[in-house]
Unconditional design. Sequence first.
Length: 160
Amino acid sequence: MAISVGEQIPDIQLRTMTNEGPKALGAHEALGRGRVVLFAVPGAFTPTCSDHHLPGFVVRADEIRAKGVDTIACVSVNDPFVMGAWGKDQGVGESVLMLADGNGDFTKAMGLEMDGSSFGLGVRSQRYAAILEDGVVKELFVEPNPGLAVSSAESVLAAL
């Protein structure tokens, strides 16, 4: 069952890449303070994720922050090395916190996993975006179909 508006995000361990290597972060530590825009992608370096979803949030990071957002974060069922490399490839810098959910534990706890086995991906995250306040889901935009529409940076901006 998917997480609902009004519910607290699960405090599952995620990882981010730092100059010193992978760093473990609890979800509450990374996403539970202030106003946060969290978006999830099925996979780093995949076409829609790399060509549209992540770049939209990077390009519009200043506009999103101007709406009172403290953190913009991207999560994917990938390891921290892949998420770090993808962030560098995409020129993310400090604009988006790149979070690795290597085992999919956070994604499963959110109830937003999908089976990408037919594409050779295994269990991955559905594409979604959420607006969080102090770790509580205030808005949730889960893509109903393949592609990018309701979870785009533009859609999130319109909801802020």
